[in-house]
Design a protein around this ligand. Structure first.
Ligand SMILES: [Zn+2]
Length: 400
């Protein structure tokens, strides 16, 4: 069966995950797709395929025993911004560079989204303007399922053992929560969860969260002279003492930032919440140090205020690992070169990735593309040709 037909079947199942849910997975409906995938894997004749209570689907396809088992991972849930689910995506054949009318209200235009120029001459699937397409990451799921089906129907093709895992809750940062390196049983793995097909990522932010609490001195404003310390006022001074240009809106590439995600306060008490990001961990630590120096400065100005700064690590840059052992990166680069005659572009992720966590769990796991563009919104589209090109690259990776 064609990759795009699988894709369309999977995106019709709503699998949106949810923030602030303590259940596992965060939404029960993710099991709907998990069960369908398991059924399809069994129907292909894969006996070693199963679904865990935490909604992870594992499948093992045997291969040549002298080759390293290779893992492929995709997530089943979709983003929170806008719901996906039951709608018919529109197919644009041989895209000619013109505006694509999604609905009376919304048009997908290369003027607004120059990435469309990469997709000229290709076949695309677009939304109805009201839904998420869900190509993040069902394009990855479809490519991996097509690959499994290919090997189960072409037993004559020799390949490395293939280990598959479909995970829930990636969009709410809980993808690797119940992932098991042992169950996966692979030497190296890849998350098939990127955009453009010829881009790979093995570098992401070092991430910290910083919480600042300020306890002021509260007293009736009429008798406040020389006594009152207004915590809310001090909090706003704190925020203003951080570098103005080290924020998400003014940084790109490998530049780090401090991002104020929340501020609240009154006279007595105030809180500031930041996320701190940098590809270079030493620079991230420098950024955190600046929070402590600001605390000291403000304590000199307001000796009766109590200011605490608390920094916590969220995740690490997987680049630190791949600088020492680049086998997984080398293998996928070689597969691109051999299959398509190109060297993929390496792009640092300005965020985190499940692969980073999985790498530090002991399974080296760069991220590769799936042909999905403009994810997390109504302008999302998937390039069908790119899904097939990724399929070819993965075949070379497994058969080489
Ligand atoms: Zn994704």
């Amino acid at each position: 069966m064609k990759i795009e037909d699988k894709f369309i079947r999977y995106i019709k199942i709503d699998t949106q995950s949810a923030e602030d849910e303590s259940s596992t997975p965060s939404t029960k409906k993710q099991f709907d797709l998990a069960r369908l995938l398991l059924e399809e894997l069994h129907a292909m004749g894969i006996t070693n395929a199963y679904l865990t209570d935490e909604c992870l689907v594992y499948a093992h396809i045997d291969g040549e025993s002298n080759k390293d088992p290779i893992g492929l991972i995709a997530h089943m849930d979709t983003a929170l911004e806008i719901i996906g689910g039951n709608f018919e995506p529109k197919r644009i054949n041989n895209y000619d560079g013109s505006d694509i009318v999604l609905s009376p209200k919304y048009t997908l235009s290369p003027k607004q989204f120059p990435s469309l120029n990469y997709n000229l001459g290709h076949d695309l699937l677009v939304t109805d303007g009201e839904h998420l397409l869900g190509g993040d990451d069902k394009a990855g799921v479809a490519i991996i399922m097509a690959l499994a089906e290919f090997y189960m129907t072409h037993k004559e093709v020799k390949h490395a053992p293939l280990r598959i895992c479909f995970t829930p809750d990636e969009e709410v940062g809980r993808g690797p929560e119940n992932f098991s390196v042992e169950k996966m049983g692979a030497k190296i793995a890849y998350t098939v969860d990127g955009g453009k097909w010829d881009v790979i990522s093995y570098e992401n932010f070092n991430a910290y969260s910083v919480h600042v609490n300020i306890k002021g001195v509260s007293i009736h404003p009429g008798s406040a002279y020389g006594i009152m310390v207004n915590a809310a006022q001090v909090a706003s001074e704190f925020a203003n003492m951080l570098p103005k240009d080290k924020i998400p809106a003014k940084t790109k590439g490998r530049e780090g930032f401090n991002h104020l995600v929340g501020i609240s306060g009154e006279v007595d008490n105030a809180d500031l919440d930041y996320i701190v990001r940098n590809h270079d961990d030493n620079l991230a630590k420098e950024q955190i140090k600046s929070f402590y120096s600001i605390k000291e400065e403000l304590e000199k100005i307001y000796p009766t205020a109590q200011i605490t700064v608390e920094a916590k690590e969220s995740y690490k840059n997987m680049r630190n690992y791949f600088d020492k052992d680049d086998y997984a990166v080398r293998r996928i680069v070689e597969a691109f070169q051999k299959s398509k005659g190109i060297t993929p572009e390496a792009e640092p992720i300005r965020g985190g990735t499940d692969g980073a966590t999985i790498t530090y769990m002991g399974l080296p796991c760069p991220n590769i593309g799936n042909g999905d563009y403009n994810c997390h919104g109504r302008y999302e589209y998937v390039d069908i040709n790119e899904m097939y090109m990724m399929f070819d690259v993965l075949r070379t990776l497994l058969e080489d």
